[in-house]
Design a protein around this ligand. Structure first.
Ligand code: SAM
Length: 280
């Protein structure tokens, strides 16, 4: 099967039809969610502390939903108007912006506590126009991303490299931009379940002794093709056990976000987030 990035440029491949099909496909929803939760694990954020995160190539907001579910505030960037349109229709909670990340991402220095990107950066290895030089676009992207990250922040990119040259090109440009870190491979011995995560740390280029250690990849004894991800959290989620995060703090955060966005939101009261008794 040919890779999507060989078919057409992303803004054309992800047209209205594809954006809708992509978003309602339950298999895609599950895979994107599992990859996102694994990326969040690799981000290693403190539990129950909301952070300000960047989602690179946010698409229709499937990965972003997982960030919101864990209480984070996020900004999503994507090149496809159609994908962003579906994200808006779905009332995705992130702030969404059109962006070709190969031209750079422009935010104030140190804005974000972390960044995730699911199934996106392989697109930057392609030259869709005569003016596109993949190495240069990757370097521009990583340099501007580095600036946007708070010192100590992590960026985790799950991606589908076509070959080892692409992996090397991506890692080299990220290191040139000032990041430390490298590649984490989950299920390295399975052709089906093998997954690549580029884990980057900002702020340790001149302090390598204090740079975090690269996390270990997952290795599963049972057939990993049947169990995509295996953390306790994954098991719980797969069994439908969701963390009970819809408490008073969660409701107040959601209301605050609504107010910032100019939505009509009910006032807080002593009843906010209180468990209600049974209705008769
Ligand atoms: C497989 S989708 C993943 C979407 C999202 N991460 C999710 O979880 O559903 C890949 C996304 O990368 C975006 N993309 C590809 N190249 C891009 C670029 N140069 N700049 C911004 N977004 C890009 C596409 O438009 C598409 O929405």
């Amino acid at each position: 099967m040919s890779r999507p990035e060989h078919t057409a440029p992303p803004e054309i491949f992800y047209n209205d039809d594809e954006a809708k099909k992509y978003t309602v496909n339950t298999r895609i929803q599950t895979i994107q969610a599992e990859l996102t939760y694994r990326a969040m694990e690799l981000l290693n954020l403190e539990n129950d502390v909301p952070k300000y995160l960047l989602d690179i190539g946010c698409g229709s907001g499937l990965s972003g939903d997982c960030l919101s579910e864990d209480g984070h505030i996020w900004v999503g960037l994507d090149i496809s108007d159609a994908m962003l349109g579906v994200a808006r229709e779905r009332e995705s909670e992130g702030d969404l912006y059109w962006s070709d990340i190969g031209q750079g991402v422009f935010f104030r220095p140190g804005t974000f506590d972390g960044c995730i990107s699911i199934s996106v950066i392989q697109w930057l290895c392609n030259a869709d126009r005569s003016s596109h030089v993949p190495k240069k676009r990757l370097l521009r992207f990583f340099q501007t991303l580095y600036t946007a990250m708070a010192r100590g922040a992590r960026c985790v990119f799950q991606f589908y490299p076509e070959n080892s040259d692409q992996v090397e090109m991506i890692v080299t440009q990220a290191m040139k931009a000032g990041f430390t870190g490298g590649i984490v491979v989950d299920f390295p011995n399975s052709t089906k379940a093998k997954k690549y995560f580029l884990c980057l740390f900002a702020g340790f280029q001149n302090d390598p002794a204090n740079a975090p250690k690269l996390p270990e990849g997952l290795a599963e004894e049972e057939d990993p093709a049947n169990v995509l991800y295996t953390s306790k959290r994954m098991h719980d989620r797969r069994k439908g056990k969701k963390a009970n995060i819809k408490d008073k703090n969660w409701i107040q955060r959601k209301k605050e976000l609504g107010r910032i966005r100019g939505k009509k939101v009910a006032n807080d009261s002593k009843y906010t987030g209180r468990k209600r008794g049974p209705k008769f």
